[in-house]
Design a binder for this molecule. Structure first.
Ligand code: AP5
Length: 215
């Protein structure tokens, strides 16, 4: 199964892709997570991506398509993948088509998660991410048992540098201009596009996605 999770920053793509990957036993491929790891490691990719990410801008398409090409060819993605945060532009979606053809694979569906902008801005102010294992919490809706400490591994929880309110609002504009047009792009293709209300409890959003997928 190859599934795309589409939606503005903060709608819950990362939260849902982790749950779905486990449930469906396929790989989670989150370009944002891969890029943040590259920035932490100081790799060439990380050096090139860093300034775009901190400003809430998109990283250039060529870098992302190289990255996805490697991931799709890897054994981890052999049984399928949930694509979280990719594609994000029409050229990336066209690049994905070409890569899928090259690997003789096809897209099974697109899930669009919708949440109002003001809910997103509040959510992002409460997001905390574990430095060590990447687990995501929210001080408003999904707090850790002990403030600042990861329930899963005991690591330190921090705010993402691109979660400042101004940067979040800029990321929402970037989403509307570059990524939202992908909904029409996929609507015009023979691939099912499912729209889900992301402003419900996490379990209910997951349930709606699975119901749409017939699981
Ligand atoms: P990326 O990491 O992909 O960020 P994003 O798309 O902006 O999405 P987020 O991770 O902010 O939010 P999410 O939808 O995953 O929500 P989450 O589950 O965490 O990208 C970061 C940057 O990398 C980009 O700005 C760009 O620079 C670059 N980049 C990445 N991919 C790229 C690409 N393909 N092309 C070019 N550049 C790229 O949830 C958010 C919070 O809400 C959490 O605290 C969570 O606990 C909480 N929450 C989740 N669901 C619910 C719920 N139902 N109710 C209440 N709270 C909830």
């Amino acid at each position: 199964m190859i599934l795309i999770l589409l939606g503005a920053p903060g709608v819950g793509k990362g939260t849902q892709s982790s749950r779905l990957a486990e449930r469906l036993d396929v790989a989670k491929v989150a370009t944002g997570d891969i890029l943040r790891a590259a920035v932490r490691e100081g790799s060439e990719l990380g050096k090139q991506a860093r300034s775009f990410m901190e400003a809430g801008e998109l990283v250039p398409d060529e870098l992302i398509l190289d990255l996805i090409g490697e991931v799709l060819a890897s054994p981890e993605a052999a049984d399928g993948a949930i694509l979280d945060g990719f594609p994000r532009t029409v050229p990336q979606a066209e690049g994905l088509d070409a890569l899928l053809r090259k690997h003789d694979r096809s897209l099974d569906g697109v899930v669009v998660i919708e949440v109002a902008d003001e809910v997103i801005v509040r959510r992002m102010s409460g997001r905390r991410v574990c430095d060590a294992c990447g687990a995501v919490f929210n001080v408003h809706s999904d707090p850790p048992s002990e403030e600042g400490v990861c329930d899963r591994c005991g690591g330190a929880l921090r705010q993402r540098s691109d979660d400042a309110e101004d940067t979040v609002r800029h990321r929402l504009t970037v989403y509307r201009e570059n990524t939202a047009p992908l909904i029409e792009f996929y609507d015009a293709r023979p691939v099912p596009v499912h729209t889900v209300d992301g402003d419900q409890p996490i379990e209910a959003v997951e349930g709606d996605i699975l119901a749409n997928l017939g699981r």
